[in-house]
Structures are given as C-alpha cells and as structure tokens.
Design a protein around this ligand. Structure first.
Ligand code: C2O
Ligand code: CU
Length: 555
C-alpha cells in the first residue's frame, strides 16, 4: 500500500462549462477537480487550501468510511471547522474498499457551485474483479445553474414571503461539460434550438466516448447533482449493472439506468453494434415540471469520425411520474453472492418522516418535526470533550405521530429547528425507515436520495404507502445490496440496516443540496469517546476554540 499526496487549491474561476460563461468553483484550475485514483489500502493525504477569499469550505470523500479518521470526513460543523480563506487543512485517510466514488464540498451550496471530482479505487494488483472488461470510462454527472450559489442560498433561506426556489438547472453536465442554448439532438428533440457546432476544443464541447468494436467497457457512472434525478441510456446498446456505491451487485441487464444524487454504478457495455456509425448517450432528468434538456454525447466507434451525428433520435428519458418503473429498477439492485449479509435482527428502529412546513416564518424540511440546523461548534469536538452547551444533547424523536396523513399537506405544525443527535451504542444494529409524505403544497411530493456518512447500509426494502408494524416481513435479509446512498420514493418508505461500528459523528441527509440546506438531515453518533487524533485545526472554531485557548493559558 502506498501513501499518495495531493495538493488541492479550491478557487473560483471563469469557465463556459455549458457554453455560457460563469463562475465555477474548481480545484487547481480544473473543473471537475482532479481524479483521485488509488488502490485499496492506500493512504490518501490531501492538503486542501481555500483560495475562495469570501467563504469557508471543507471536502467530503463520499463513500469512504473514514475508519479511525472521523475528523477527515470533511463535513463543516460536524467533523471539522470550515477551512477559512487562506488556510490549508490536511486530510489523511485510508481507502477501505474498491469502487467508484467522488468527493465534493460540504459547506453551504458548494456542490451546486461545482466543487467535486472523482475517486476511483482499484483492487490491489493481482486481485480480480468478479467480471471482465477490456477498458474503462469514467462519467461524473452533475447539474448546472446560471444563478450564483450566493443568490440561490439567499433565496432558499429568506423569510417565507421572500423565499425563492432555485427552480430548474440550466443544463446537465457529463464530466463537467454541457450545452446550453444548443443541442446535438436538436433535429430530433427540440426544434427551437440550433444544433451545436463544435471544433472540439471548447470548454463545453461534449465528452465523447471513443471505443473500439467488439470490446467490453466498464463505464463508471456517479451522480453529484444538486437536485436532478438522472436517467442514462445509450442507443442500441445494453448495459450490465455490476457495481453500486463500491459493492458488487448481482449482474442484470438494462437499456437505461436511474441514478440519484450521491449514487454510483458500474455498467459493462459491449461494443457489438454496427461500427460504421455513432450512437447517442443521453442523460436526461426525471423530475416534475423541469424542462432542462438532456445532456447528449456520442459513443464513437473509432472506425468513423466523432463528428458524425447519428441519423436517428436519441433515447427518450422516461417521464417522472412513472414511479413504478423506477421502483422496478431500484429493486433489481441486489448484492452479489458472497457479499456480507445483514444481522438477522436490529436492536433499534428509527422511523423518520420528512415533512415540509413553514417553521417560525421559514420554509423548512424537518425529520420527525426536527429541522436540522448545524451548530457553530463541530459535533465531533464538542461530543469528544463533553462541551455541554455546544448543541442540544436531548434525544430526538424516534417516530412521528401515528395518525399522520402522508397523503396531504401536514397538519402537524409543531416542528422546530434544532441540532439534536441520535446516539448509538457501539456496534448497535440500527434500522432506519425513511418515510415519504406530501410536501408543502397540495398533491406535491418528490424523490429524496439519502446518503449516510461513515457507514454502508443494507437496503432492506422499498415499500409502498405508510410503513406499519408487520412490514418487516417485506425486508430482504437474503441479498440486500450494500450502499451508501438510497432513494425514497413518493408516498413510499425505504428501510435500511447498518451496524453503528465506526466511532465518530456522522451526517445522514438528503443529498439534494437545497433540501439538506433547509433542514433535511439528521446526525448520528457512536463511540465518540474512542476517537483519537482530532487535529487542532478541526477544532479551532466555536466553543472548542475557546477550549483550546484555555488549555494554552494553563500551560
Ligand atoms: Cu455526498 Cu453529506 O454528502
Ligand atoms: Cu430531499
């Protein structure tokens, strides 16, 4: 195993990522940031320097569990203080498993701003994946907005009368490239737009997948969207899904995949079609009332020029309301034989309902009536050093009112803004049932992709309607997939199980940035007394900064 060093300078610069110039938050002048590629067991050291000048930052290594290094999880006010402008923070962590991951900013709306990049972890040399391929291609998917993240943030957190929703993304990006104001498929899908013309060296020229005939490619696909739920399809080609969130799955064949923010997949694609033409790759969204055009690029067989557009229309993204079809896809994802099975029983069950309501004049999300607002002293330090007034130490509710009507706007108006923590016994087996219900407006609901830090979990079931006693019989204890991100469907529930075996403080939240930013998350903690080696810099704000100063006085 190696130690790999990286220097990341986080900075704003101008770039036309979708053919319209705007500010992008990138790393070392690159957008998306540099790819971290390493092997299982390697130690990664990243010196992150904040060159943003007006805002703090931190980088989260999404899907890396941080065993023994909870302080390196990169979550502002959970595991560390924000890295202030001009400062450098030294992350150090070990890669515990192979797979497709990514990193991203974890302060305010910095994902929306463009702060992300890929992490690819290979098996150690000599070890084999349970499938074969000749070559691989990496696709990092995201959505892009022309409105600045400052403007979006102010709109989202304004008093209810002045609240401004972020509305729709202007474009969908494939490896940081999109096309606004033109479309490669304009002749087929949107006759009001011109067909894009590229020389090939533009910032917004599509990322073309060049392949050789009769080979098998592993395509790694990860989504770090701010909001959009995506669907990827390649004309004339099937895909065999083999990995999700860094775990092998029982291979299954599809012609399109749904991918929610926070998830990753690997698919195998065999180039067995007529090599004398190119094929569409289409990444559309599946959201309601959103007209963002799909991102299009080409699967280019190297026999022919990569500028020849197919003579047939690109694949059509299925409509948002086809929830059943989306559930069918999600339920197909099961663990490959040999994957660790979940414990047969759980020791604790937390049922979390995600409600949207106006709380004290602000439109917020809350879980069981608690809208998460992070404290200004990171939890990891305040829990480790027992600082009593750093946050509310009360236990948050484990359930919601039994008579709650999930199909209508809430009548429960007692929600509050808080920063309570769910505290687990070390190694406790925990079930969480995520319950979806009607949002603020009548007949409105949505999809929420939830991500857990510090752990992988088994997805036991996607159930319909309201979870009730006895629904445990629907749990798949045989071959549930291990994942770190999972979607909750409209008016439905999702059940997960995990072992609280990683000392630290961990966020569990909706990965849609505007939702998390308005309260849709909870905080879990276990074994914080065992945490060692928190760097002082991670503590140098709020009440832990005072603690450090007092310690200095007494020396
Ligand atoms: Cu990728 Cu807390 O998220
Ligand atoms: Cu959400």
């Amino acid at each position: 195993a190696k130690v790999r060093h990286y220097n990341f300078n986080v900075e704003y610069f101008f770039k036309s990522v979708d053919c319209v110039e705007s500010l992008v938050m990138g790393i070392n002048g690159q957008f998306p940031g540099p790819t971290i590629r390493a092997e299982v067991g390697d130690t990664i050291q990243v010196a992150v320097t904040n060159k943003l000048s007006t805002e703090g930052t931190a980088i989260h290594w999404h899907g890396i569990r941080q065993y023994g290094t909870p302080w390196a999880d990169g979550t502002v006010y959970v595991t560390q203080c924000p890295i202030n402008p001009g400062e450098t923070f030294h992350y150090k962590f070990k890669l515990d498993k192979a797979g497709t991951f990514f990193y991203h900013g974890h302060n305010a709306l910095q994902i929306t701003g463009g702060l992300y990049g890929s992490i690819i972890v290979d098996l150690p040399k000599g070890e084999k994946e349970p499938f074969e391929y000749d070559d691989e291609i990496n696709l990092l998917l995201s959505d892009w907005w022309h409105k600045s993240i400052q403007e979006q943030e102010v709109g989202l957190t304004a008093h209810f009368e002045n609240f401004r929703w972020v509305w729709e993304a202007q474009s969908i990006l494939i490896n940081g490239r999109g096309q606004f104001g033109c479309s490669l498929g304009a002749n087929f899908i949107n006759h009001t737009l011109p067909v894009c013309q590229f020389k090939g060296d533009e910032d917004c020229a599509p990322y073309i997948l060049s392949v050789l005939p009769n080979k098998t490619y592993r395509i790694r696909i990860a989504s770090v969207t701010s909001l959009l739920s995506l669907n990827l399809a390649i004309s004339n080609h099937k895909m065999v899904v083999v990995e999700s969130d860094g775990h092998y799955v029982e291979p299954f064949t599809v012609d399109k995949i749904d991918i929610y923010s926070g998830e990753s997949y690997s698919v195998l694609l065999t180039t067995d079609q007529n090599p004398n033409q190119n094929y569409w790759i289409s990444v559309g969204h599946r959201d309601d009332n959103v007209s963002t055009t799909p991102a299009l690029t080409l699967l280019n067989y190297q026999n022919i020029s990569d500028s020849i557009l197919p003579s047939f229309p690109p694949p059509v993204t299925p409509p948002w309301y086809d929830v059943e079809e989306r559930k069918v896809f999600s339920r197909k994802v099961v663990a490959l034989k040999g994957t660790p099975q979940p414990p047969k029983y759980s020791q604790r069950r937390i049922v979390l309902i995600g409600m949207q309501d106006v709380i004290d004049g602000y439109l917020k999300w809350s879980m069981n009536g608690i809208s998460l607002e992070l404290p200004t002293t990171p939890y990891l330090g305040s829990m480790k050093f027992n600082i009593k007034n750093a946050f509310d130490w009360q236990d948050p509710p484990e359930n919601y009112p039994e008579d709650y009507d999930i199909y209508n706007p809430t009548t429960y108006h007692n929600s509050t803004v808080s920063n309570m923590v769910y505290k687990f016994e070390m190694n406790q087996v925990v079930d969480v049932i995520l319950q979806n219900c009607n949002s603020y407006a009548l007949n409105s609901t949505g999809f929420h992709p939830w991500h857990l830090h510090g752990h992988d979990f088994w997805v036991l079931a996607y159930g319909d309607g309201k979870f009730k006693d006895g629904d445990e019989k629907l749990f798949n204890l045989e071959n549930p997939p291990l994942k770190n991100s999972v979607v909750v469907f409209p008016y439905s529930w999702t059940a997960i199980r995990f072992r609280a075996d990683n000392p630290g403080v961990w966020l569990f939240h909706c990965h849609m940035e505007p939702h998390f930013h308005t309260g849709m998350g909870v905080v879990f903690a276990e074994g914080v007394q065992y945490v060692k080696g928190i760097p002082e810099q991670a503590l140098a704000c709020g009440l832990t900064a005072e603690m450090l100063m007092n310690k200095g006085d007494s020396q």
